[in-house]
Design a protein around this ligand. Sequence first.
Ligand SMILES: Cc1cc2nc3c(=O)[nH]c(=O)nc-3n(C[C@H](O)[C@H](O)[C@H](O)COP(=O)(O)OP(=O)(O)OC[C@H]3O[C@@H](n4cnc5c(N)ncnc54)[C@H](O)[C@@H]3O)c2cc1C
Length: 466
Amino acid sequence: MSFQNNENKKWANENFWGLSYDFDPQWDLTSEQKIIQTKLIQLCESNLRKNAIESDRNLIYPRKNFEALASIGLLGLIIPKEFGGMGENHTCATMVVETIARYGCASTAMCYVMHIAALSAILLRHHNNACIKNLLSKINNEVLIGTVSYSDPETGSHFWYHLSSKCEKTDNGWQIYKKSSWTTSGGFADWYVTQTTSPDFKGDYSDLSCFLIWKNEVKTNPATWDGLGLRGNQSGPLEINGVEISKDRMIGPIGDGAQSNDEAVDPFFLLCSSACWNGIAMGMIDIAKNHTTKKKHNDVGMRVADYPTIQDYIGECIIETNASRSFNFHQAKALDQKTENCDWSIHNDIQTLPRTQMLHWLWQLKFSCAKNVAKVSDKMLHTCGGTGYKPELGIERYLRDAKAGWVMGPTNEVLRQLVGKYALFGKESLDYWNQNINERVIYNEIKKMDNKTKKEFAEKILKEIS
Ligand SMILES: Cc1cc2nc3c(=O)[nH]c(=O)nc-3n(C[C@H](O)[C@H](O)[C@H](O)COP(=O)(O)OP(=O)(O)OC[C@H]3O[C@@H](n4cnc5c(N)ncnc54)[C@H](O)[C@@H]3O)c2cc1C
């Protein structure tokens, strides 16, 4: 019986030194997508992987890698063909991000995830917007990198809650005020999708609107960026200080922010960042295979890989990572099915929001991939021993990159709580914008008060409303 895959994975002119296609779910890809994958692995070998070392060491933004990706059309991966894009789907986006992270550069993969998330926001609402259509037609040819600037310094990982931003209506359009605590590609991207409270804001923080901002309109200070891993990703703070923009730079209608999050930015971020964590996990297993099958202990005449303990580590990490990858591709296929293969014309009807129904599945996906990569990075370090602890092997860089998975918003703490709460009390209980009153807590605290304290408390409240 043969389990062998007939395709050979190449690295320059040799067979690839890590795991072969026997351990990749190639059946999920169309023949066109396999051609993209082959070209991309070649590009990783010739360009991206070398630049990853430089980016990590010297905190260099991977623009060179984006130029390489554009050379095979990948900046327009999900842009419809009518705008010069590749018209590809969620499955292909998953494969591309995983491939960049695994064979090339994890920082580039994360910047690319944010580019795809930003693209999804403008594609969702491009139909009646000439400014967005014009941008879409230039993105790949002119290497115009996009990103998403949401996280607010006052609300931490609750990146959907914008306390430090606002938008005012002007005669010709909008005036934008925004403070972001993190923005991948900050100061290096050519265009930004950002979110503020809506122009007619009356205290309801769920009333959000989205905007397209050009690079000369944001204030960043890339020199201050530093981080444990993903060091090329340059996710620094960003400000937009009362910049006036034209009407057509609102993405979608006033108040479309929450829908845009649930239908575009979140689904694409969760799907593709999960692929980044899976790519990092596979990349580490590749390195560990290569190292442990070559390194020999001459006293016992064994290679490191000959120890059953090492075989167990490798086996368990492949099994668990392939469970995460299967989940990833399964979700991508579900999104393809629901969106007629990522056809953006379905959103001509503004109320068509099929990805939104999948959000709680995508939360589960990001949680499990980010959790898995943390474990795999630990185990692959153990597998390679002290040699893995030193930068030369590449395990050490991947291990630091992998740490971003758990803490990137939505953080894994937030995700497991959202999933648990949804399952226990229903979707309405999620309360993203802190609007539901928890009467159980109020009455429990009041129960502890004597009559005098109750009276003082009541007077305090009455004063607040008078
Ligand atoms: C490499 C990297 C790139 C990033 N790129 C971008 C980007 O391009 N755009 C962007 O908008 N943002 C980006 N972010 C920001 C990210 O999405 C989060 O906003 C950020 O990581 C949160 O950090 P914090 O210190 O504010 O965490 P905090 O929110 O202060 O969290 C501290 C702890 O509290 C926990 N916690 C928070 N809320 C809850 C809760 N409700 N229940 C239980 N526990 C909770 C957290 O899980 C964590 O353990 C990036 C972050 C990283 C690390």
